[in-house]
Design a protein around this ligand. Sequence first.
Ligand code: NI
Length: 386
Amino acid sequence: MPVEDGIAALKPDMTDWRRYLHAHAETAFQERETAAFVAARLREFGIEVHEGLAGTGVVGTLRNGDGPAIGLRADLDGLPIAEETGLPYASKHAGRMHACGHDGHTAMLLGAARHLAQTRRFAGTVQFIFQPAEENEGGARVMIEQGLFERFPVRQVFGMHNWPAMPAGHFAVRAGPLMAACDTFEITVSGTGCHGAMPHFGFDAIVAAAALVSTLQTIVSRAVDPLEAAVVSVTQIHAGDTWNVLPARAVLKGTIRTFQPAVRERIESALTRIAEGTAAAHGCRAEVHYLRHYPATVNAAAETELAAAVAEHIVGAARVIRNPPPTTGSEDFAFMLQVTPGCYIWIGSGRGREDPSLHSPHYDFNDDILPVGASYWVKLVETGLA
Ligand code: NI
């Protein structure tokens, strides 16, 4: 695979680092061994190290002359999954696994850090941002709240994720929304419990909840502009304990995905209105808790052009997919893009066969792309801080 000069030679070390991290997978905000490993490598490379932001976050600062600053971000965390790969370097930590390739992301950024510290063909400052808790817990948001960009100001920030559905040696990137905003909801429907044989003595929370599941599906079809994309999914229903009692309560939970802030607003208000109205129609009450998790991941135009040009330099224009369809998955790098212009790119990691998907217990990062990803980071710095 095409790589920058000198980076192919880093592959054995990057592979060792990646497999060490894989074997020592840690989950959100618990990445202590991982953070210590990253900090130790950065110090070996002669890079200034700052630990403790968001607990287990690590920032490495590399200065070379006068110029602007650029932020490169990798994520440190694994997932609460029991690994089933059977690999010699499978997770030694029961129930914790690098099933999203963040071990590979960290290894690629470490490889780039080492190369940049040696070659220094740029003018300015590189902030290597190793963030905890990308999965579910919003480690990027916590780093920002704790002063990431005040302590380590950058003009632009860049992120990357491996993409098994795309062949290794490819990139894909688009300006504007690339990944969705992710929200969750919990609706408690309260009726009046009674004998299952005499429903007329109560108000049935189960029938109200069932009606609500169907009616919530009208949000996307009736409340959202047909030209906008959105997902409303009820993913849990909890009610009842036995076969002859109508319970007093039913609880529904689910997730909402959107790309535009206005659509997000509209869905939150429609969900509340429909829940309360549908419950009332069945003699019940609905209490709605709507929680906003990650915003949409929105790439800035100029930084996307830079990222795409760098990717084309590495793998050739034919292997860089411009304007791929966005995905309804989400990503907490979105918080960084809310406050600093930047670009999040997908790097193909498919092996040309049936690859286990991200978050599968059979997933394993494709080490063949380590030099490709590290080359992208190096060239991005050399171009952005020319
Ligand atoms: Ni991930």
